[in-house]
Design a protein around this ligand. Sequence first.
Ligand code: NI
Length: 169
Amino acid sequence: MALLPILCYPDPKLHTVAKPVAAVDARIQQLAADMLETMYEAKGIGLAATQINVHERLIVIDVSEERDQPMVLINPELVWTSATTHLNEEGCLSVPGIYDGVTRFDAVHVKALDEKGNSRVIEADGLLAVCVQHEMDHLVGKVFVEYLSPLKRNRIKTKMIKAQREESR
Ligand code: NI
């Protein structure tokens, strides 16, 4: 097990489009385990491989209160989305300290492979639905702040760059 460094917005590598996972093998299983460890350590509810600079379609999620229901989604695809949407406050481990409203589908069905390579369809609503949509966006190079107004996004960008500069001092 290993903790992996998380890319911080506005790192351009966060805009890389991930490729499908070719085979669910020992390497992918180790990567998923390391991503879960990294996510729990950072107190996040989801992490996409993009955020640790691996550009393959893999996400990990745990939205449970007890932090004991890890989910691994490999090559996730939305197969159904609800007609209704709502505005949720979101945050992201790659944009620490920033929370803002993003409109998402209320419910989604997502087809994915699990860590054993078994295909399944997850019927997600509530926080899980929001999290799945947020993490799947990372796989296509999209960070949630891109849904905000250019003015807000630029303010966040400036704040992040300043924070990173101070941290590296
Ligand atoms: Ni995120």
